[in-house]
Design a protein around this ligand. Structure first.
Ligand SMILES: Nc1nc2c(c(=O)[nH]1)N[C@H]1C(S)=C(S)[C@@H](COP(=O)(O)OP(=O)(O)OC[C@H]3O[C@@H](n4cnc5c(N)ncnc54)[C@H](O)[C@@H]3O)O[C@H]1N2
Ligand code: MOO
Length: 416
């Protein structure tokens, strides 16, 4: 799909609310799907709607351990005495006839005999020699879970695009489905760029640092449920980069890189993508995460995350995560936002939306409060690991004092 919009044609910073729809307009949902066994379907995305072939529950059954009987046989009295005709256990229905004045011992989940309409829990009954004294329940039908009361056969239970969580695994099992069609996992290839980067496990020479972004991005990709292809650290060498881009684009739906997207010198990524695909360099009105590159190489989408470790995580969360949702046919979700009182002062220059890292908790009175994790440098990745939320500060916001109310976005999605 050609890129029709180049927001960098506009002067100034692009607000993330403007950037996200532009990015999403370039993403098409994957249309390949595969069958998986139910036990392997966790975190996969449904490729088709699922309807129930059964009424749920499939038969009238008891919600309590007790006695099933005909309500009208109480004749409006506060209690009545019934003879026991038999028993119904879960998986073992009562099969006999139910003569007038009789009841059936019944367990939770057992089919309610056709002749009965009501169950009384055993705590509201008394065994008296060979009779059962049943206190009148509130009404006819008490403690009976009616066939089809949750849903009727033929009802759509789950829609295409639903990510399967533990609850969905159970729902799908409830309707008796053992295999289901899910969207092929997107393949995301990623590599870090930068001559200062060394892989963990090696020695550092002066001026070198360990490549951490590949690990935080790996974590985000694993959480996002995609298939990932780790191409390592690619040195600032045009041929090595070209090769890495070609390998990545041949196999992946999306190529992610970190580093080299600001105004620095070593700009081979730009050269190569201009020759082999398309690239746009954006300056976003977010902090951290101002520089961001977006484009295409072959059939793959390309996202160039900024090298600063917090910036790469924030841009992944804000920009890449919505693209991954769309690639998998999932709906965009609006994050849960809360308000909390600041328990530390916040420094903020007007200009960019800020994602400061916070620790959200309840104070002794039960009210939500949020503290900064400490210094907010975009190279300080411990600010992310200490945090459980972002403190969201508007573009034109200035400094804030202790006690002022701020919006917070608890970590969710791949960050949680
Ligand atoms: N003159 C300007 N300089 C910078 C600007 C700017 O607007 N004008 N923007 C700053 C901002 S904001 C950011 S964010 C960074 C982004 O820079 P790059 O994407 O070009 O990234 P690098 O320069 O390669 O690296 C930045 C920083 O992050 C470290 N890094 C890089 N990759 C990794 C990795 N895989 N693991 C750990 N750390 C990594 C790198 O060593 C640098 O310290 O640019 C600012 N500069
Ligand atoms: O956007 Mo950069 O991430 O401010 O450091």
């Amino acid at each position: 799909m050609p890129m029709t919009l180049d927001p960098c044609a506009k002067p100034g910073l692009i607000h993330p609310d403007e950037a996200i729809p532009l990015l999403l307009s370039q993403v098409s949902a994957i249309d390949d799907s595969e069958m998986v066994r139910l036990a392997e379907a966790l975190d996969r995305v449904l490729a088709e709607d699922l309807a129930s072939g059964l009424d749920l529950p499939p038969f009238d059954n008891s919600a309590m351990d007790g006695y099933a009987f005909r309500f009208d046989e109480l004749n409006g009295q506060e209690s009545g005495s019934f003879k026991l005709a038999g028993q119904a256990f879960a998986g073992h229905p009562f099969k006999g006839e139910l003569p007038p004045g009789h009841c059936v011992r019944i367990m939770t989940g057992a089919p309610v005999p056709a002749a009965c309409d009501t169950v009384q829990m055993q705590e509201q009954t008394q065994v008296q020699d060979d009779a059962i004294l049943i206190q009148a329940p509130k009404g006819k039908g008490a403690n009976v879970r009616r066939r089809g009361e949750e849903l009727k056969a033929g009802t759509r239970v789950l829609t295409a695009g639903t990510r399967i969580r533990a609850a969905e695994l159970g729902v799908i099992a409830t309707i008796g489905i053992s295999q289901l069609r899910v969207v092929r996992r997107p393949i995301v290839a990623f590599f870090s760029t930068g001559d200062e980067l060394r892989p963990v496990g090696s020695e550092l020479a002066p001026g070198q640092i360990y490549d951490s972004n590949r690990y935080s991005i790996l974590g985000l990709l694993q959480k996002a449920g995609v298939e990932w292809l780790d191409l390592g650290v690619i040195p600032d060498d045009p041929e090595a980069l070209r090769q890495a881009f070609r390998t990545a684009a041949a196999k992946a739906d999306m190529v992610l890189t970190s580093g080299g997207v600001s105004v620095g010198e070593a700009d081979y990524t730009k050269q190569i993508l201009e020759q082999e695909g398309q690239i746009h360099f954006w300056k976003l009105a977010i902090k951290p995460g101002k520089p961001f590159a977006f484009g295409r190489i072959g059939k793959a989408l390309f996202c160039g995350l900024p090298g600063n470790p917090v910036s790469s995580m924030v841009t992944f969360h804000k920009l890449v995560w919505p693209m991954l949702l769309k690639l998998q046919g999932q709906a965009q979700s609006q994050p849960l936002m809360l308000t909390a009182a600041l328990s530390t002062a916040v420094r903020k220059q007007p200009g960019r939306v800020e994602y400061q890292r916070g620790i959200l908790s309840r104070n002794a009175e039960g009210a939500l409060e949020v503290a900064l994790t400490g210094s907010q440098g975009s190279g300080m990745l411990t600010s992310m690991s200490l945090a459980n939320c972002f403190i969201l500060l508007d573009q034109y916001q200035g400094d804030l004092q202790v006690g002022e109310t701020v919006m917070v976005e608890p970590f969710h999605g791949a960050l949680a």
